[in-house]
Design a protein around this ligand. Structure first.
Ligand SMILES: Nc1ncnc2c1ncn2[C@@H]1O[C@H](COP(=O)(O)OP(=O)(O)OP(=O)(O)O)[C@@H](O)[C@H]1O
Ligand SMILES: [Mg+2]
Length: 239
């Protein structure tokens, strides 16, 4: 772990109504690091990303490069450089691809990554979107929606990115393309928190893994260290 984490979550508690799903979650990701958050279905991985983004009421601390995001609404967190791509790949169905992309553009920040993501750079990197620039959101395939959701978030030039199951429903070729993209973003210095159901995909990409179970992080370490801890996998990851 780097000395100063880019994104640091401490003692995070969140849930729905009276039911607490996260009961004090701690995690940290550095610049240029990909952390995979693993856990069973229903273990609270999506809740963790949503609470970190400020989409759910939560107690505890979320810091981005030392700044406490505690009281800030999601759009303020985005402006400070926290990106989030939801599992459902929110796309505005009645807006064109181009209009969807333009919604992701945020005011430039002095600390934004260089070179920054602009509309033309995004369309170069995500060629299928250029071909569909004027298509309405509703006409996109699942894979195109995923590209659009990620591309729109990149246009906000996040320093840290929360990704919820980006490969869900994708064809193998698209899964490989997603892996290549995540490697590129990580190598560019982004800190990435990846929630992913495909275990091998996550382990291949991750610098570190965190296992969520029973409302807390039960294990953190390298993918190789997780491989040596059969008991952790059996207790918290096995179906
Ligand atoms: N809007 C909601 N209202 C009430 N309970 C919810 C809501 N969303 C999730 N939960 C519950 O919170 C717990 C954690 O759900 P969450 O979606 O965070 O898990 P997950 O690890 O992302 O699982 P998966 O993506 O496989 O469904 C589950 O018990 C789930 O039923
Ligand atoms: Mg989920």
């Amino acid at each position: 772990m780097t000395l100063r984490p880019l994104l640091q979550v401490t003692g995070l508690r969140a849930g729905y109504g009276l039911g607490e799903v996260l009961r004090g979650v701690d995690l940290a990701v550095g610049p240029g690091e990909l952390l995979a958050v693993l856990g069973r279905n229903g273990s609270g991985r999506s809740t963790l990303l949503q609470a970190t983004m400020g989409l759910l009421p939560a107690r505890g601390r979320v810091r981005l490069d030392g700044t406490d995001l505690g009281p800030l609404a999601p759009h303020r967190r985005a402006r400070l450089g926290l990106g989030y791509v939801a599992a459902h790949r929110a796309v505005f169905d009645r807006l064109s691809v181009q209009q969807n992309l333009q919604l992701g553009i945020l005011p430039a920040r002095p600390d934004a990554p260089r070179p920054g993501w602009t509309e033309s750079r995004v369309l170069d990197r995500f060629a299928p979107l250029r071909q569909r620039l004027h298509a309405p959101g509703w006409a996109l395939s699942g894979g195109e929606r995923q590209l659009l959701a990620i591309a729109r978030t990149l246009l906000g030039n996040p320093r840290a990115l929360l990704l919820d199951e980006p490969t869900e429903g994708l064809a193998p070729r698209q899964v490989d393309a997603t892996a290549a993209l995540l490697r590129q973003l990580r190598d560019d210095g982004m800190g990435i928190v990846l929630v992913e159901q495909r275990l091998q995909f996550a382990l291949d990409l991750a610098d570190r893994v965190a296992v969520l179970g029973d409302g807390r992080i039960e294990f953190t370490g390298s993918p190789a260290e997780l491989g040596e801890r059969d008991a952790v996998s059996a207790r918290w990851l096995a179906p």
